[in-house]
Design a protein around this ligand. Structure first.
Ligand code: NG1
Length: 427
C-alpha cells in the first residue's frame, strides 16, 4: 500500500530511525500543449493521482543517502563531491537537485526513502515528480524555508543538469495543481489558472510498450527540437523585422514565445512558418538572421552542434499551431464541448507525428485504438519517442478504452484523476 504510513514505516525499517517529513509529489498528464513550454508558449497539463512518495530525515554530516523502491541502486552522495560518478541513472536527478541547493543549509545531509506508484517509463513525468519531491523534502528536513516559487525555479534548472533542456511545464503543474482541474500555464508573462474539468470527461492513459529513453537517444532528439525552435524564432523575428530580446534572460536566444509576444500572438507567426527553410543549421541561421551563434546552441551541460541541420519549418508549424490549440482546448473544456476537445487532441497528435516527428508506430496505433473504442480523442503525452498516450473518454466508455489499449500494447492502461500538487507533511 502506497501512502504516508507505508512510506514512513519503510523508512524506519531501512534506516532504523524515524522520518521527520513525508512528501507526496504527483505525476502529470499533459492534456495539450506539447513541446510548447521550452518556447514559452502555453500548456494545459493536470497532476494525477499517481505519485512519488518520499520520506526524509536530516543528517549533520553532508551525506545524502537515498534508497528507491522504484529503481535499483542505493545512493550515498557527499554534497561536497557532486562531480563523482553516480551508481545508477536515477541518481543524476538527486545530484541535479543537490547542485541547485548548493549553499543552502551548508553541512546538512539527509536520509531519503523514495517509493510510489507512478510509472517511470516516460510521459507521466516521473523525473519531475522526483525532482520536485526531493527539493520539497530537503527544504523541509533542513528547515531552509525556501518559498514555493524559488523551489519551483530550482526544480526546473535541476533537471537540465541531467541533459534534457526541458521547459517548465512539469515542475509547475506538479507544484501548483489543484484537484479536479487542469492548469493552464503561461510563461510570458508568467501566469497560471485552474481550468476545471467538466462532468462527463474521464482521462485514460496507456503505455505504448516502449520507453522514452531520456538518458539516451530521446535526449538528443529532444534537444534538437529545442534548438530548431530557437532557429525558427530567429528567422521569423528577422522576417517580421522585429527586434526581440528573450524576456527570461537577456543573454539567451529569443524564443518563439518572445517573438509571438512582440508580434501580438502566436497566430501572427503561423503564416510565416510555412515560408521558413525546411532545414538549416544554427551557423546558417546565425549568418542569415545576423544574430550571435552561441546562444542558439547553448545547452545547460553542453552545446548543440552548430553545423547540424535541423527541421525548423516543421517545428515552427507544430509549435505555433499547438499554441492555438491550447487556447481552443481551454475554451472547449470551459464550454463542456467534449467532442471539440477530443478533436483538438487528435489534431495535436497528428501534428506531433507528422511535423514534429516525435511519435512512434506504437503510439499512433494506441491512439487509433483508443478513439475506435469510443474516446473523444487521443494523443501522445509528454515528449513522445515512446512512453504514454492519453485519451479523453466519456465515463461509459472508460472500460472499453482501457480494454482496447491493453489489446493494442499490453498496457499498463488506467484511468487517472486530476489531483492536487505536491504536499509536505511534518511528522
Ligand atoms: P516528459 O516527457 O514528461 O519528461 C518533457 C519535458 C517537458 C515538455 C515535454 C514536451 C522535462 C522534465 N520535461 O516531458 O518540459 O517539454 O517533454 O511537451 O524535460
Amino acid at each position: 500500500m502506497i501512502d504516508l504510513e507505508g512510506i514512513k514505516r519503510t523508512f524506519s525499517a531501512h534506516y532504523a530511525r524515524s522520518a521527520t517529513h513525508v512528501v507526496r509529489s504527483p505525476g502529470r498528464v499533459n492534456l495539450i500543449g506539447e513541446h510548447t513550454d521550452y518556447s514559452h508558449l502555453p500548456v494545459l497539463p493536470m497532476a494525477i493521482d499517481r505519485a512519488t512518495w518520499l520520506a526524509v530525515a536530516p543528517r549533520d554530516d553532508g551525506r545524502v543517502r537515498a534508497r528507491s523502491q522504484v529503481k535499483p541502486g542505493d545512493a550515498d552522495i557527499a554534497r561536497d563531491a557532486l562531480d563523482a560518478p553516480v551508481d545508477a541513472p536515477w541518481q543524476r536527478y538527486l545530484v541535479g537537485v543537490l547542485r541547485e541547493l548548493a549553499g543552502v543549509a551548508p553541512g546538512a545531509g539527509a536520509d531519503l526513502l523514495i517509493g510510489g506508484d507512478l510509472p517511470t517509463s516516460g510521459g507521466l513525468s516521473s523525473s519531475s515528480s522526483l525532482s520536485v519531491g526531493l527539493l520539497r523534502a530537503l527544504d523541509a528536513a533542513w528547515e531552509a524555508g525556501l518559498d514555493q516559487r524559488d523551489l519551483l525555479r530550482r526544480a526546473i534548472v535541476s533537471e537540465r543538469h541531467v541533459g534534457v533542456e526541458g521547459g517548465g511545464m512539469d515542475q509547475t503543474v506538479i507544484t501548483l495543481a489543484s484537484a479536479g482541474a487542469a492548469l493552464r500555464i503561461d510563461f510570458l508573462p508568467a501566469a497560471e489558472r485552474a481550468v476545471p474539468l467538466p462532468a462527463g470527461l474521464e482521462i485514460v492513459v496507456a503505455y505504448s510498450g516502449s520507453e522514452a529513453p531520456k538518458g539516451g537517444s530521446a535526449q538528443r532528439d529532444y534537444n534538437e527540437r529545442v534548438v530548431a525552435c530557437r532557429l525558427a524564432a530567429a528567422v521569423i523575428a528577422r522576417a517580421l523585422e522585429l527586434d526581440v530580446k528573450a524576456a527570461h534572460d537577456p543573454e539567451a536566444a529569443p524564443l518563439l514565445g518572445d517573438v509571438a509576444f512582440a508580434a501580438g500572438g502566436a497566430d501572427a507567426l503561423a503564416h510565416v512558418a510555412d515560408g521558413l527553410p525546411e532545414r538549416a543549421s544554427a551557423r546558417e541561421v546565425a549568418d542569415r538572421a545576423g544574430v550571435a551563434l552561441e546562444p542558439l546552441v547553448r545547452l545547460t551541460t553542453t552545446s548543440f552542434p552548430a553545423d547540424d541541420a535541423v527541421a525548423l519549418r516543421a517545428a515552427a508549424r507544430h509549435v505555433t499551431s499547438e499554441a492555438a490549440r491550447v487556447d481552443a482546448a481551454e475554451r472547449a473544456l470551459l464550454a463542456g464541448e467534449l467532442d471539440v476537445f477530443g478533436t483538438l487532441l487528435d489534431v495535436s497528435h497528428h501534428s506531433l507525428a507528422l511535423d514534429y516527428k516525435c511519435s512512434t508506430a506504437a503510439l499512433d496505433h494506441l491512439c487509433t485504438a483508443m478513439v475506435s473504442a469510443g474516446a473523444f480523442g487521443a494523443r501522445l503525452t509528454g515528449a513522445g519517442f515512446g512512453g504514454y498516450a492519453l485519451a479523453a473518454v466519456p465515463p461509459q466508455r472508460v472500460d472499453d478504452v482501457i480494454a482496447a489499449s491493453l489489446r493494442a500494447t499490453d498496457g499498463p492502461a488506467f484511468r487517472v484523476v486530476a489531483s492536487d500538487g505536491a504536499t509536505v507533511t511534518s511528522l
